[in-house]
Design a binder for this molecule. Structure first.
Ligand code: DGT
Ligand code: CA
Ligand code: CA
Length: 572
């Protein structure tokens, strides 16, 4: 069993216990689930090699969770969870966060009305039965109806962070099977869109039957939908995946076509037509003579249309075609340009690892710095630090810094932006820290004017360096705050405040469109993982993908600069 599947058991336990109003335990289960979900090595392998002892070395995994993990690995089931499920509205708990009503409310509705499925919940809300439950009212009914509508709209789309590793694995396995001359991911996945409908893969091979069989025979293929000579469709878990084999001379054109986006392709086709050419998945052709002009590589295809090559992340018809015709596209940032991470949690608040462990993970990744930005005092649920703890933590960081002369740990905090835009730490403390990351964590539903002013107020504080996850959205779960983004970018520029691109795949906040807007306004951005354990550093790539979709170059991103320059920027 793979890590994310094991983690699911513990997330579900956490949800049920939270619904039943059990204290502390839900957080412990959730923390362990998060660690297991994103751990670099397969937990199953760790158990095989090192037994229970190996499992207990994982941060956040103690006796009880280690034993449960063994049971899951050995039987595929967990008795404890099955018992819990008997008294819980399972389907509701899976989706509750959609409605901002939380597991406790779901449990209440279940207890009072016996509602157990999404359909019944919708019916109960439409028939105005929810308002009969003590403590709930019309508003909750509206939220439920709206939330279910949104869920249905999104159905079928999955997070890039979920689909991408699966697709990369598929490509790697196929490459190993031999007989493949060229292979590439295409579609939205190649453009690194934040959510993905399906996996599209293209290949060139002299032996198409063989690779179609290898594809259909992959270990994690659950169902074969179509198996043909040039196209095979399968289900990998809940993910639909297509593999197409194309001819050598058409690979570039096919890749261009199947990478999309549709909007980009429509415009490309029109330009070809204006130039007396015809473009299809088979090649670029002269319309009069039908002679093929280009087709084997994408570069050739774009060049044939008098454009420079366009990176897949830009292909959304947001001006990239016009810039390519002028040969003026930006040189996009690459993951290897990133030199550090400004938003790292540790065991001091709700992270799973120590400061030193996080630093060593940064070093291993080739970084030259990290900033420790643990939660501040108002965030009690996340183990927020009090003033005194912050001072103690600064001392510890000083000591660790001496041990690693070529690496810099910046002191910092993720301070909470209160309702009035003030922070929950006062300026004397903030001034002492190298980096102050500030973020909104409560009262998320303010109207646009008030919320915009709140965040601008925080940016006007001279001690604030970075605004974390500026719009607060959680993809598929939480809508962004109501904000006037123009005003936010204007204020970020005026106050030299850096805006975060949070790299966690369910946040990606700022999103691609906002990133491009911010850049155009001259705002500095940074890409942070918000790491709560070692493995989260690997999420950086999703932040970089998103930055590329927002047209960012290396110079637009603060964490590509050397530590000394950064210290200077923060000292502003
Ligand atoms: P997805 O899968 O919903 O996340 O998004 P895509 O972009 O991967 O879309 P998909 O899988 O339906 O098709 C892959 C690519 O094929 C798409 O990006 C562009 C191209 N394509 C598909 N249908 C059309 C079409 O009707 N017109 C044009 N010009 N291109 C299309
Ligand atoms: Ca697709
Ligand atoms: Ca497709």
């Amino acid at each position: 069993m793979k890590n994310p599947e094991i983690a699911k058991f513990f997330y579900e336990i956490a949800n049920i216990l939270e619904a039943q109003d059990v204290q502390f335990k839900p957080m412990a289960y959730r923390k362990a689930a998060m660690v297991i979900e994103t751990w670099n090595a397969e937990v199953g392998e760790i158990y095989k090699e090192k037994g229970v002892k190996g499992l207990k070395e994982l941060p956040g995994v103690g006796d009880a969770i280690a034993k449960k993990t063994v049971e899951i690995l050995e039987t595929g089931k967990l008795k404890y969870l099955e018992e819990l499920r008997k008294d819980s509205p399972r389907e509701l708990l899976d989706i509750v966060s959609l409605y901002d009503i939380g597991p406790k409310t779901a449990y209440k509705i279940y207890k009072m009305l016996g509602v157990n499925t999404v359909e019944d919940l919708k019916k109960a809300a439409e028939e105005h039965k929810i308002r009969d439950v003590k403590g709930l009212g019309e508003k909750t009914e509206e939220k439920i109806i709206e939330g279910i509508k949104k869920m249905k709209e999104r159905k079928g789309r999955m997070l890039l962070g979920v689909v991408y590793p699966v697709a990369v694995d598929v490509v790697e396995s196929l490459k190993k099977s031999g007989d493949i001359e060229k292979i590439s991911i295409a579609g939205s996945l190649r453009r690194k869109k934040e959510t993905i409908g399906d996996i599209d893969i293209l290949a060139v091979s002299d032996n198409p039957e063989k690779i179609m069989s290898s594809f259909a025979g992959l270990e994690n293929v659950k169902k074969i939908l179509v198996k043909g000579r040039t196209k095979t469709s399968v289900m990998i878990g809940d993910i639909h995946a297509d593999l197409r084999v194309v001819s050598r001379g058409s690979f570039g054109s096919a890749l261009q076509y199947f990478t999309g986006s549709k909007e980009h392709n429509i415009k490309i086709r029109k330009i070809a037509s204006d130039k007396g050419m015809k473009i299809s998945e088979y090649g670029v052709f002269d319309r009069k003579t039908n002679k093929q002009i280009a087709g084997s590589t994408e570069e050739e295809v774009y060049n044939a249309l008098s454009m420079s090559y366009i990176e897949p992340e830009l292909r959304e018809d947001r001006g990239e075609i016009e810039e390519a015709m002028k040969n003026k596209l930006p040189k996009l940032i690459d993951e290897k340009d990133i030199k550090g991470d400004f938003h790292v949690h540790t065991r001091w608040s709700d992270g799973a690892n120590s400061i030193e462990e996080m630093a060593r993970a940064g070093i291993k990744k080739g970084y030259s710095f990290i900033a420790v930005a643990d939660h501040s005092k108002s965030l009690r649920v996340a183990g927020g630090l009090k003033e005194n703890d912050v001072l103690k933590q600064m001392d510890e960081i000083k000591k660790i810094n001496k041990k690693y002369p070529n690496f810099k740990i910046f002191t910092g905090t993720e301070a909470d932006i209160k309702e009035n835009g003030e922070l929950d730490f006062d300026d004397t403390l903030l001034k002492k820290l190298d980096v102050v990351v500030a973020g909104v964590h409560s009262k998320l539903k303010m109207d646009e004017k008030a919320m915009t002013e709140r965040i601008i107020n925080a940016m006007e504080n001279k001690n604030v360096d970075i605004i974390a996850h500026p719009t607060g959205r959680v993809i598929g779960k939480r809508e962004p705050y109501r904000l006037n983004m123009e005003k936010i970018f204007e204020a970020a520029f005026q106050n030299k405040t850096c805006l975060e691109i949070n790299a966690l795949p369910d946040r990606l906040d700022l999103n691609d469109v906002h990133i491009k807007m911010a850049k155009e306004k001259g705002v500095k951005l940074c890409i942070n993982t918000d790491a709560h354990n070692l493995s989260h550093f690997d999420m950086m790539k999703y932040g970089v993908f998103n930055a590329r979709r927002g047209w960012l170059t290396k110079n637009d991103v603060l964490n590509t600069y050397p530590a000394d320059d950064i210290a200077y920027f923060f000292a502003k």
